[in-house]
Design a protein around this ligand. Structure first.
Ligand code: FES
Length: 108
């Protein structure tokens, strides 16, 4: 397998309703993950880029969380409608989508 130019991790962690940390799964991250899969297929991105569903990657309260490597850019509150922008601007255009980045306070 060739090393992907960029690798997208979409948190699909779920927790029981009422859990104090909440979860990306409970905030609709599965739809975001599915949208990435569909767009990767439609645009023929597999091989050059990768997308993986993951467990918790940290800022649960700002989910759905999406993490893009090698830059280590964390996006928060990502919706299905935001997926095209992440692909166009960050993956293909090499410019992270500023409006979707988690607030600096998340990193304490
Ligand atoms: S549950 Fe998604 S970041 Fe924690």
């Amino acid at each position: 397998m060739a090393k992907p130019k960029k690798h997208v991790f979409v948190c699909t962690q779920s927790r029981p309703p009422g859990h104090p940390r909440g979860s990306c799964g409970g905030n609709g991250s599965m739809a975001v993950f599915q949208e990435f899969l569909q767009q990767f297929e439609k645009r023929g991105l597999w091989g050059r880029y990768a997308v993986t569903g993951s467990g918790c990657i940290g800022p649960c309260g700002n989910g759905p969380s999406v993490l893009v490597y090698p830059e280590g850019v964390m996006y928060g509150a990502v919706s299905k409608e935001d997926v095209a922008a992440i692909i166009d601007e960050h993956l293909l255009g090499d410019k992270p989508v500023e409006r979707l980045k988690v607030p600096a306070e998340v990193w304490g």
